[in-house]
Design a protein around this ligand. Structure first.
Ligand SMILES: *Cc1c(COP(=O)(O)O)cnc(C)c1O
Length: 323
């Protein structure tokens, strides 16, 4: 590989920023204090935050002459689905390596993975390290068959990928110059890391979703190549929205999902954006975000995952009026 990586154009930019006046008022803020950055509307493959990262990581894969994109994640991974979409757009092969056994029926992102033509491998293993090993073995097999695989780590997070969100931060500052706090879900970490690199640690609040054991260290590891002065202890991280684990649906997330849907007509997902909004609401309630602070909620997508979440059908049934 030679020369700097030039990012691909996979998404639709800039994404819009919209006011959320009814939600702001309901939460005790001024009606103009709360905005949403619509990074769910990035276009390709149903949209979501992973597109900005893939513009860099897939460019790197192509610079290394890859013809196959391999990645891992939970079966409902939005990143895996968008990797499949990027592969389809570029005429590459996509192989998605998942833990556990295949589900009885495909739901949510797994439906879209099939539409997009991705090959899906259920490895039977559990846990991040075993899954990473399984993905390495899949790459070895592909190579022995004559393919040229590029392995994109789970969530698509690398220091290079974080540059996509550093660009998002610049875009956001041009749209909202008086930004005080941007609130974003923290999963595999490069999304928050990129925002921290351009907005600074004081203006970025990450809400952990429980995808990794050491969220603060992970984010710091992706920030420092871009912004060497940022330390892990400078980061604003809320770890209180995870509940009993990555796949749980907590009461505060339920509140966030219905509040935003009913006051703004905007749909969040239970795993990422619902937790980020629950974290934003909690920050207002403890006075960390106050009236007059211009606050931007980063909507990172994830709608397909809602249709693959095991607890959502029963929760929706509990809400349905007039039964
Ligand atoms: C992956 C994901 C995130 C978190 O981004 P990371 O860079 O993995 O931290 C947030 N929201 C949605 C919908 C996602 O799919």
């Amino acid at each position: 590989m030679s020369g700097p990586i030039v990012p691909l154009a996979l998404g639709t930019w800039p994404t819009p920023v919209e006011p959320m006046p009814r939600l702001a008022t309901a939460l005790g803020l001024g009606r103009d204090d709360l905005l949403v950055k619509r990074d769910d509307l990035t276009g390709l493959g149903g949209g979501g935050n992973k597109i900005r990262k893939l513009e860099w990581t897939v460019a790197e894969a192509l610079a290394n002459d890859a013809d196959t994109l391999v990645t891992t994640g939970a079966p409902q991974s939005n990143h895996a689905r968008l990797t499949a979409a990027a592969a389809a757009r570029l005429g590459l092969r996509a192989v998605l390596v998942f833990p556990g056994e295949p589900p009885v029926a495909r739901t949510g992102n797994l439906v879209l993975d099939a539409f997009l033509g991705a090959e899906v491998v259920f490895t039977g293993v559990q846990g991040q390290p075993a899954l990473a090993d399984a993905a390495t073995r899949v790459c070895d097999r592909l190579r022995s068959e004559g393919a040229r695989p590029a392995l994109i780590p789970f969530g698509g997070s690398t220091a290079l990928a974080a540059r996509g969100y550093a660009q998002c931060g610049e875009e956001l500052l041009s749209q909202v110059p008086d930004l005080r706090t941007a609130v974003v879900a923290l999963g595999s970490g490069a999304t928050m890391a990129g925002l921290v690199a351009s907005l600074g640690p004081d203006r970025t609040l990450g809400v952990d979703v429980g995808a990794v054991v050491d969220p603060r260290q992970r984010v710091a590891s992706f920030v420092t190549p871009l912004s060497p002065n940022v330390r892990a202890e400078d980061l604003r991280v809320d770890r209180d929205q995870v509940g009993s684990g990555y796949a749980s649906l907590t009461a505060t997330v339920q509140e966030a999902l219905t509040l935003v849907a009913r006051l703004e007509g905007i749909i969040l997902d239970p795993t990422y954006t619902g937790r980020a909004m629950a974290g934003l609401i909690a920050a207002i309630r403890r006075g960390e975000i106050e009236p007059g602070d211009t606050t931007v909620f980063i909507h990172t997508g994830g709608l397909p995952g809602l249709f693959g979440h095991p607890e959502i059908p029963a929760y929706a049934e509990s809400l349905a009026p007039g039964r």
